[in-house]
Ligand binder design. Structure first.
Ligand code: BMA
Length: 821
């Protein structure tokens, strides 16, 4: 296989102008214009409008490259475009090669007849995506979300680029993935597909290989090597016949791959090569695989219909969040940024991420990271919240998109489920779309017939689920709380109180969420001081969910006192969000067994915005992410308070039965102990127990409820494993006292150690922060009683800049809810 890499230096211009810019490919139009200062930062203040101005025009990219005689002599020469966004016309030496209409596809174009020896030229012209969809939408309108440019379901381009209820309307375009020309003769690897059969202490790995070969090629050999995590290599060689070859390895004592929290992530390497008669390699492909089974079981049971992930036969409680694209300008994505995001997910004890259907299929490195980190991937196909019209042309491109991506991703250890779409069945049933029977039939055809039929061929090993949420399909009550997965939005969109979560025992809650503002540091990046009021035009531009700033204020009025300033409002909004999600997750984890998963909406942001994310677009952890680290801990103590009673629960998602001591204290606002108790608790592995029910009817009056709280800790091997504090009234009615913080900072070689104490009484939601610098605290937004010392570490490598002990101490601030009013 010979290759001419076309990544790198290209020229770009707006069609019809004459100023060519020197740019990098892969890249994007808006990123290029931004680099040259031709446009302002579209994320700053209300610059978002630039997005649609740019997207209304056409752009072209061009470069020269050369090929030699040997290259031209090859039998097959293919231009391979791994990602063209989206309406591209490709020319080689001014001759039209192909037109594209799907950014999710990998295009292979035969360019042999267009090339000449020496210098050649390639030009890729991108036509305006907005003009295209507007024309089709005018002819025959398709329903979709109101926050996006109408007509977006017509184009196989990531929907969120056209706007979403957290995303700006910035539909960038360009050559967003690798581009190259590859040439070959005699043979190349066409398709490699691996399956595993697990039995006791053995895994049979079948590597199926299809070789594409030209008629005259014979004496071809196929070699496949399997390298264990320890580096032991087994090689098998077979002659290539005309049919698919199956090379089998029997791996004894396999090292199994497990999701985070359940074991390690050993990876085996598979290398497949086709060799010619002289034993020289014609083509090679490499894969990292994990030996594991992942099944999803959704079967009728006493509650309705289950929804449960099994890994290596073990039933796993899915814990994680929904992932959206990381930027509107795809050129700014990087393996480093994604690695940080996914490592932060693992730090918060995730074992799963759901790739939501309104974005794009992530890069290979995303899945490599999930393989290495133990994150099960819930993979939506890229359809969301919209009506699709299944014309022949649309169906043709969708089928190719499905095949391209399934073949690209099916070998990953982390791949747990394929899901047809996001909320499209629910849209049909609940969102008041015109009930056009043709389009409804299109839905069933695509998601319940065509794609599942393709999956039987392409990846029968991975479970396919037609939509999220669904009870199984066929427009049969997709919101049924007792069947399949559920997106629950009555808290937030329905303005119901957090307590509403406790009314449901969803089988798997794949979406639920609550918005907050990003921190002041992030807000400062897109505002000037005059903008820093949540109802200002600029703040509203960075809030895409209609009326949502009012919603935050509504929930605020239910829970907290009116905050004294803008920054306190941002902080309290994050506390509301963290409390809401914790309320739901703890409840579902207490009901482990009936409910088997919670994925909150949403992990990340694609720009600085008020949203449901737990990590903002700068990678800053909101209060929710610190909360997630605690509420997703494998061993979790939680308190379910109700009036003047409280029960203490322990959820044990570890693989060991546990035994520990639970200590509880009923305390006043100044942390005096009114009542206390200690007891031993035993909780079996992979289960949840209500350990004790406490009634405080004798001690709690309507008056002292306002200054009394319950605290409980789970101690195992003399170490606190999990702790909880509950109030018996809303925080706004609790009589907090001035905590009078005392802070001490010590420096060690790799870390700073902070000790926090309060001299007044209970400090709730204690937030540590650094002025004009970032770092990760080992814990944050915690509760602290008088008399206790909280020790927090800051690893030095998590600091955004090098700081001395003195500088860090100067930048360090601490506050709690008491300090917001
Ligand atoms: C769900 C998601 C997204 C949306 C979010 C918040 O519907 O699937 O479409 O952004 O809720 O409204």
């Amino acid at each position: 296989m010979l290759k001419v890499d076309l990544n790198g230096h290209w020229k770009m211009q707006e069609v019809g102008t004459s100023e060519w810019l020197d740019v990098q490919v892969p890249g994007s139009v808006m990123n290029d214009l931004l680099q040259y200062g031709k446009i302002e930062d579209p994320f700053y203040r209300d610059n978002e409008k630039i997005g649609l101005e740019i997207a209304a025009k056409d752009y072209e990219y061009t470069r020269k490259f050369s090929v030699d005689e040997e290259f031209l002599l090859q039998d097959k020469i293919l231009l391979i475009c791994e990602g063209l966004d989206t309406l591209a016309e490709v020319f080689v030496n001014e001759q039209p090669v192909e037109k594209t209409n799907n950014m999710h596809r990998i295009y292979e174009m035969d360019v042999k007849s267009f090339l000449r020896k020496g210098e050649n030229e390639i030009t890729v012209k991108f036509n305006s995506p907005t003009q295209y969809i507007q024309a089709l939408q005018e002819e025959d309108p398709l329903a979709g979300v109101g926050d996006a440019v109408a007509g977006y379901p017509y184009l196989r381009k990531a929907h969120y680029m056209f706007g979403w209820d957290w995303g700006p309307q910035i539909p960038d375009m360009g050559i967003w993935r690798n581009i190259s020309i590859q040439a070959w003769s005699s043979a190349k690897l066409d398709d490699v597909y691996m399956t595993q059969v697990h039995s006791e202490n053995e895994v049979r790995l079948d590597v199926r290989v299809k070789v594409e070969r030209l008629s005259e090629a014979d004496n071809l050999q196929l070699t496949v090597s399997l390298t264990s995590p320890e580096g032991q290599v087994e090689v098998k060689t077979v002659p290539v016949s005309d049919v698919q070859e199956i090379i089998t390895f029997n791996v004894e004592n396999p090292e199994l791959w497990w999701p985070n929290g359940y074991g390690k992530q050993p990876l085996y390497q598979v290398e497949v090569s086709v060799l010619d008669g002289n034993n020289s390699k014609l083509d090679t492909k490499e894969y990292n695989i994990g030996l594991r089974t992942i099944e999803v079981k959704s079967v009728p049971d006493e509650f309705g219909r289950s929804f449960e992930f099994y890994v290596n036969g073990l039933s796993i409680f899915g814990m994680g969040a929904n992932y959206i694209p990381e930027d509107n300008l795809l050129a700014r994505n990087s393996v480093e940024k994604t690695e940080r995001l996914l490592r932060d997910s693992v730090e918060a004890n995730f074992n799963m991420v759901r790739i939501w259907g309104g974005g794009h299929y992530p890069e290979d490195y995303f899945y490599d990271l999930c393989d290495r980190l133990g994150l099960i991937v819930w993979q939506d196909f890229m359809f969301a919240c919209s009506v699709y019209k299944l014309t022949d042309e649309f169906l043709d491109t969708v089928k190719k998109e499905v095949a391209d991506n399934v073949k690209r991703l099916r070998h990953h250890a982390s791949l747990g489920i394929w899901c047809g779409n996001n909320e499209t069945e629910e849209g049909w049933v609940h969102w008041g779309w015109p009930q056009d029977p043709m389009r409804k039939t299109d839905y069933i055809k695509l998601f319940e017939y065509i794609i599942p039929e393709m999956m039987k061929e392409l990846d029968p090993e991975t479970f396919y689920w037609p939509s999220s949420p669904t009870s199984g399909g066929g427009f049969d009550q997709p919101r049924d709380p007792n069947r399949g997965d559920v997106h629950y939005w009555e808290v937030w969109h329905g303005l119901k109180p957090f307590t509403e979560y406790r009314k449901y025992f969803f089988r798997f809650c794949s979406e639920f969420g609550f918005q907050s503002f990003p921190s002041l540091k992030t807000v400062k990046t897109f505002t000037i001081p005059e903008d820093r009021n949540i109802f200002s035009r600029v703040m509203e531009t960075h809030q895409k969910n209609a009326g949502a700033n009012g919603k935050i204020l509504f929930y605020l009025s239910e829970n907290f006192l009116y905050p004294k300033d803008f920054d306190s409002l941002l902080y309290t909004s994050q506390l509301l969000q963290a409390e809401a999600i914790k309320y739901g997750v703890e409840h579902w984890r207490r009901n482990r067994g009936r409910c088997m998963g919670s994925l909150y909406w949403q992990l990340n942001d694609c720009w600085p915005v008020a949203s449901w994310s737990s990590i903002d677009s700068f990678g800053r952890w909101k209060a929710l992410h610190y909360f997630a680290k605690k509420f997703y801990a494998p061993i979790l103590l939680s308190i379910e308070e109700e009036g003047k009673t409280a029960s203490i629960h322990v959820t044990n998602d570890s693989l060991e039965d546990i035994q520990g001591r639970i200590e509880w204290k009923l305390r006043t606002n100044t942390s005096e102990i009114l009542k206390e108790g200690t007891f031993e608790a035993k909780v079996g592995k992979l289960s949840a127990e209500k350990c004790i029910e406490l009634s405080f009817k004798d001690v709690l009056s309507d008056e002292n409820m306002r200054n009394t709280y319950l605290e409980a800790v789970l101690i195992m091997d003399e170490e606190v494993h999990s702790n909880a504090v509950v109030l018996f009234v809303k925080p706004k009615h609790f009589e907090f006292v001035d905590p009078q913080f005392e802070l001490d900072v010590q420096e060690e070689q790799d870390q700073f150690i902070l000790s926090v104490q309060t001299n007044g009484g209970l400090a709730k939601y204690v937030e540590l922060d650094l002025e004009d610098a970032d770092c990760k605290f080992s814990d944050n937004y915690f509760d602290l009683s008088k008399g206790d010392t909280k020790t927090i570490t800051i690893m030095k490598d998590s600091l955004s800049e090098t700081l001395s002990l003195q500088e860090l101490t100067k930048k360090l601030s601490v506050r709690s809810i008491y300090n917001t009013y």
